[in-house]
Design a protein around this ligand. Sequence first.
Ligand code: G3P
Length: 218
Amino acid sequence: MKFFIDTANLDQIKEAADLGILDGVTTNPSLMAKEGITGDKNILAHYKKICEIVEGDVSAEVIATDFSGMISEGKKLASLAENIVVKVPMTRDGVKAISYFTDHGINTNCTLVFSAGQAILAAKAGATYLSPFVGRVDDVTWDGIKLIEEIVSIYSIQGYITEILAASIRSPLHIVQAAKAGADVVTCPLSSILGLFNHPLTDIGLAKFLEDHKKAAK
Ligand code: G3P
């Protein structure tokens, strides 16, 4: 399973990249706004900076909601760097745009996916990645991980090659569950990635090893 970080914060992207386990980045308009990045020029420049830090795929989301707007924005984004993936919402125009980008060799990430039916449409359009929102499904008391399992099963039966990118990940447990469910990629905040390191027995064990080493050296 690939690890993507879900942020537009350059320091956090660098910190995750430094760990040596980062495969890519996803962003969305909310995450860009959180970093105070506004205006077309600044947004494009910020994506360029992210692509300079990370070799893997970087998802950059279109703001337009109509087909022709998505196409012109997506082309601009895709021309920034080879590893840009154009993120497109799961709408009628979005699916049409994904199909267009697929035909023109531009990688896509279909976002705001909440059902297996939507997952089928995105795969049919040739999306490179599909982003079901695990945490937001949990928020409404459905089961986000069950949705991942369902899509993994359908894609396997149908032989769809779209990669399932578990998004809206909120905890280290979500990461483990997404891996178990068969997600191809997980995108999560830095805190969830770092949370995977934690185990009290590791801390206790390391302290004991170092103590024993010190004693033996006396
Ligand atoms: O990749 C989509 C993700 O950023 C949404 O996460 O936590 O806002 O539901 P969240």
